[in-house]
Design a protein around this ligand. Structure first.
Ligand code: SAM
Length: 274
């Protein structure tokens, strides 16, 4: 019988943000794979956990995974943690989890804090659908390329950003998405200086220019406004009739969606064409 890999979330600031189950699992497993063992030892000491640690980070992921798989296959249960929050979310872990799945090793989530979800939950932006793009590229060229890809996304777009890059990042967001786009910026969540800025990109530039930005950040860009379709409803019907094999019913449905009007409204206008 192989052991289980527990993917355990740890706090993103406030040390009380850990579950009873997480503490128990971290105490019970044979070993804990951690990004930075010195950092995690302090965390474990806080909860009185004396389980041994083994390093697992982006630079040794490839070589470490087979060693951990061998331990799991020998029947040991292990936990995977990152420096903060949920492992595998803009953090190492994916390779190990994927390898466990390939080797038939059981993987269990012990959920908890994640900066992404915490920021979304208090942002006031739509959360029914969102797109997480991890860290934005550090340089303007790469950053603008990524922003171009998401500027028309009609869901909330979330990313992580370093404080010293915020000003440059806001300049690029303003250029690509416009100064009037709504943005929420969550800073130092669960910590003493926690704040949530909410306003337009232009207002964010002004607000954060006032002092040196410190701490950890999550940026949330409001969904792009739906694109105004070109031409009239009748022209759109005509175009789809000529250019596609869609049935009349499907054409009416598609045009109604495009123009944000009811099917019966489109149908009424379609009578002109027919
Ligand atoms: N896996 C982690 C998670 O689930 O939240 C994220 C790891 S990623 C390497 C670290 C980034 O998450 C930070 O640079 C920052 O952008 C964001 N972050 C982490 N803790 C945060 C906090 N307390 N407040 C705001 N953002 C935070």
């Amino acid at each position: 019988m192989s052991g289980t890999l527990y993917v355990v979330a740890t706090p993103i600031g406030n040390l009380e943000d850990i579950s009873y189950r997480a503490v128990r699992i971290l105490q019970e497993v044979a070993q804990i794979a951690a990004e930075d063992t010195r950092h995690s030892r302090k965390l474990l000491n806080h909860y009185g956990i004396d389980t041994s640690l083994i390093s697992y980070h982006e630079h040794n992921e490839k070589s470490r995974s087979p060693q951990l798989i061998a331990k799991l296959q020998a029947g040991e249960s292990l936990a995977l943690i990152s420096d903060a929050g949920t492992p595998c979310i803009a953090d190492p872990g994916y390779r190990l989890v994927s390898s466990c799945r390939q080797h038939g090793v059981n993987v269990v989530a012990v959920p908890g804090a994640s900066a992404l979800v915490a920021a979304l939950s208090i942002s006031g932006l739509p959360t029914d659908a969102f797109r997480f793009i991890g860290f934005l590229p550090a340089k303007t060229h790469g950053r603008c390329q990524v922003l171009q890809q998401v500027k028309d996304v009609t869901d909330t777009v979330a990313c992580y950003e370093a404080p010293h890059r915020l000003a440059a990042c806001l300049v690029d967001i303003a250029m690509v998405c416009g100064v009037d786009r709504q943005i929420a910026i969550a800073r130092e969540l669960t910590k003493r200086h926690e704040e949530l800025f909410s306003g337009t990109v232009g207002e964010a530039q002004e607000y954060f220019a006032a002092s040196t930005v410190k701490g950890e950040l999550v940026l949330l860009l409001a969904p792009a406004p739906p694109r105004q379709p070109e031409g009239t409803i009748v022209e759109a019907l005509q175009r789809l009739r000529q250019e596609t094999e869609l049935s009349w019913k499907e054409i009416v449905k598609q045009v109604a969606k495009e123009f944000g009007v009811s099917g019966s409204e489109v149908y009424k206008q379609s009578l002109e064409l027919r």
